[in-house]
Design a protein around this ligand. Sequence first.
Ligand code: NOJ
Length: 519
Amino acid sequence: MEFPLLYHAFFLLGICFLVLLVSCNPVIKVNGEFSSSPFPRSFLFGTASSSYQYEGAFLTDGKGLNNWDNFTHKPGNIMDGSNGDVAVDHYHRYLQDLDLMDYLGVNSYRFSISWARVLPKGRFGDVNWAGIDHYNKLINALLLKGIQPFVTLTHYDIPQELADRYGPWLSREVQEDFEYYADICFKYFGDRVKYWATFNEPNVVVIRGYQSGIYPPSRCSSLFGNCTNGDSEKEPFIAAHNIILSHAAAVKIYRTKYQKEQEGNIGIVMNTLWLEPMSNSLGDKLAAERAQAFYLNWFLDPIIFGKYPKEMYEILGSSLPSLSKYDLEKLKNGLDFIGINYYSSFYVKDCIFSVCEPGPGNSKTEGSILRTAKRNGVLIGEPTDVDWLFVYPQGMSEIVTYIKERYNNIPMYITENGFGERDNPHTSIEDLLNDTRRVRYMSNHLDSLAIAVRNGADVRGYFAWSLLDNFEWNDGYTIRFGLHHVDYATLKRTKRLSANWYKQYIAKHMAGKRSSASA
Ligand code: NOJ
């Protein structure tokens, strides 16, 4: 008699457990199918862009010249001799582009403000109200569609006035200019912008601007590149130091004057690479750590811990700029989130204890490592038309996990991830639109990101680079990263397969979330 009673009790308990499980599990019904998303309800799905690469209108409505206007107008700097004078004319076509975003179903858009459009001469001139008006219109139009603006204050660009005065990151004074500019942006846009990034990829800005010299201000030593002035072994550290302090100055203004009332977050966006040791040897493992120190932790450690990575102190000693008590005070609590731009991975070999052939990374001031895409003749991932981009989706979860562990799981956003293809005038339009390799790339990288998230990484958003084909810096218009193809003769935008794929992905992972995200 007792056995069936017990049996019934267990049966009832089992039913209760199942009911509980179903009500707790975030299972979402999408088009009649059930799917369980690894991403939290408030996750941001978006596309990313930047003012110089998108806006065009380089002298319209009072905008001043910036360092990239100046650099691209000098012959020989850009592969196809092009520039961002018109770019994809986003300045005039943003409403049309917003419709494309609306179709994708994104709940966020990452864009940058053109510093010289707001302050044509930095703090040495007046505010350009037409510039303020433009970004107000863009922000309002986004919010009307339920799309959160995720705004970068500077994406490689700085008014030429400041570039001329300071070179432009070589003088400590630039901190005051950046603080002044940031204050204006918080004041006029901060009531509606909840996500601020101070800098985009400052590591790229200083390495390409002051070490190899391929970006403005084109400074380097002769062993590192082809420049008329510069010191590749010293200036990158000075420029980085001033950028770190400029970031801190902007964060301080935000925290003290605006954050409480505006309730937003402020962070920085870094270029990241997953760096895999070439072998299991201790030398190569330490070299991979050193390589991260000289690339990523160089900026994040001072901002988060108030000091440069120990590997940098060990190698550079007193030639590394020191942080004063006042600097440290400013750096405290230096960000709310880390923006991660991840595209590619490399192997790293030690060059302190073993001999390396010449190559990227192996000078002392780069950490004495060799960064290479090949191990025993085999590439780390499928090569692409972009010389630095090898497809290595595992690198996404590796880098996210590395950052999570080193920085105590500070909230992270994947602020860029994307696939570039070389423009080929002989490719048919069908082939141009049928970008299956981009779809595979994004899908595999998102799967990899999901692994890190399931393992506890606090990642709160993913932005595809990019909504449209656009001006790809030194490569001009020869490399295309867009979910939409742009015909540069007519500026017509056409959806690629990847746009439809991303739309479906978002719908599956974000069902019903857009209105709550925008509320
Ligand atoms: C990162 C940069 O932020 C962006 O401007 C660039 O276009 C992409 N990488 C692709 O190279």
